[in-house]
Design a protein around this ligand. Structure first.
Ligand code: PXP
Length: 245
């Protein structure tokens, strides 16, 4: 069975939109820790949080709290920098996914250049490995990047599914084929294959033709869907509270 990892960054995005830096006696909501618990209770297998350099959504304290309760299910996404390495070694999540980071991007736009950045990545991978953390590299489904991941002895790769998700009908078979070939290449070398980015209810069935998938990490669309299906219950709760007065 393919495992579901829920990326809860956007729970924090919503909280930051209202409570960023504003002093208040109110309890900031929504709370990523509560969301983490709900996701796991609903059957999700793991949680992903991306602690970005600009702290635009998830904050250090969120990661510490979530790790405190759900360390064995936590996948920390982070840039391969000395500061983030120190933080990861302090938090010791079960997994770390190394991603490229660019301050100006809206979301992680492309995969990590595991080939071009091997010198930077090698010692970081080694330190995380020594700490007992499972490390994955978020890479494009590209033979050169898989080769580099093999040579870095990465135990896991997460294939970037963004191009597949954004492709129109004409290009989608080609993007799917790139994912299939990359998954086969990684699996042949005993590398665990995860995938994520841009996955939605409407493109999942097509993606499932990719072999050897271990975990799919899904964030934006899953949280968006939660808002849509949860609005009815929320409106009812507020109407009920108003009737009481
Ligand atoms: N996996 C990685 C490595 C990511 O950077 C992201 C986006 O933060 C996701 C999965 C989830 O992507 P989406 O929010 O589009 O589902």
């Amino acid at each position: 069975m393919i495992r579901l990892g829920v990326n809860i960054d956007h729970i924090a995005t919503l909280r930051q939109a209202r409570y960023r830096g504003a002093p208040t006696a109110a309890t900031p909501e929504p709370d990523p820790l509560t969301a983490a618990q709900v996701c796991l209770e609903a059957g999700a297998h793991s949680l992903t949080v991306h602690l970005r350099e600009d702290r635009r959504h998830i904050q250090d304290d969120d990661v510490l709290k979530i790790a405190g309760r759900f360390r064995t299910q936590l996948n920390l996404e982070m840039a391969a920098t000395p500061a983030m390495l120190d933080f990861a070694l302090k938090v010791r999540p079960a997994e770390v996914c190394l991603v490229p980071e660019n301050r100006a991007e809206v979301t992680t736009e492309g995969g990590l250049d595991a080939h071009g950045q091997a010198q930077i990545l090698r010692p970081i991978l080694q330190k995380l490995r020594e700490a007992g953390i499972l490390v994955s590299l978020f890479i494009d489904p590209d033979a050169k990047q898989i080769e580099a991941s093999i040579s870095l002895q990465a135990p896991v790769v997460e294939l970037h599914t963004g191009r597949f998700a954004d492709a129109g009908e004409k290009d989608r078979p080609n993007e799917l084929n790139r994912l299939i070939q990359a998954a086969k290449q990684a699996h042949q070398k005993q590398i665990q294959v995860n995938a994520g980015h841009g996955l939605r209810l409407s493109n999942l069935s097509s993606l499932l033709s990719v072999p050897h998938l271990h975990t799919l990490n899904i964030g934006h669309s899953l949280v968006s869907h939660a808002l849509t299906v949860g609005l009815k219950a929320s409106v009812s709760a507020f109407l009920q509270a108003m009737q009481k007065s």
